[in-house]
Ligand binder design. Sequence first.
Ligand code: CP
Ligand code: NVA
Length: 312
Amino acid sequence: MTTAKPAIRHYLQFKDLTREEYVYLFERARWIKAQFKAYQRYWPLADRTLVMIFEKASTRTRLSFEAGMQQLGGVAIYLNTRDSQLGRGEPIEDSAQVISRMSDIVMIRTFEQTMVERFAANSRVPVINGLTNEYHPCQIMADIFTYIEHRGPIQGKTVAWIGDSNNVCNTWLQAAEVLDFKVHVATPAGYEVEPERAGLHGAGHFRQFADSMEAARGADIVTTDVWTSMGFEAENEARMRDFADFQVDGEMMGVAQPDAIFLHCLPAHRGEEVTAEVIDGPQSFVWDEAENRMHVQKALMEYLLLGRVNNS
Ligand code: CP
Ligand code: NVA
């Protein structure tokens, strides 16, 4: 008798997991974080290898995946475009075949979403999106975990996204549908959310605003990101002009809920998308947010490799 091999699960977009799976993962991340804080050794991924492929720069994503894998008992290997054959035109499909035969799980940071999709289609092991031009799912998992830690469930809450409708914004929009909360997006004219990223308008999870103060009014989370994302540097000068009125400052935090929190995926540019007063102020949780990348990604890697684990 042959038993069917379980299908490989990838994490390429936020909607690749269900609400029920996120409930499990947030609880799991909480337990894994507590073990880490108590200096408890927890090595469920001993002998497992994570390969991390970077086609763009990173501090947090590299560190959180590498340290996280090590803390789970496994090893992490770093590859980048500059000094691997990826930068010399080896097809992504061939790279996926080879890399996935020598590893147990892969994380990729690259340009087009189609690159991670093509890699995953040719991979024998789970693939995680570590940021593409379109999405950054691990970031939003960490952001929501941070909100839950400090304020409780996110269902029914309102997130105000101020600035560029980029990869991080697109991921908030997906998360709003999966976890049932609202996103108010304020962008300059010409930088609005692309229709294919906006999801099901009918479900009422997303509203576009031209006025950033209106978007922030009554919000539970106020969040933003750089005006120029990686890969868009040629537009930097125009963007500095176009986004000048889309800065999160104290006045904007003042129209949000009194217990609203400020989040930023980092790296941040003080004086551009956010004032120092806000990012370094009492409503900012950006350092917890950055740290939580590691805890949620440990839960994610454990889940993709071992399924549900019940030792908490
Ligand atoms: N937030 C985030 O992904 O940071 P890095 O670019 O440093 O990885
Ligand atoms: N939107 C930013 C996020 C960096 C973590 C970028 O893509 O550069």
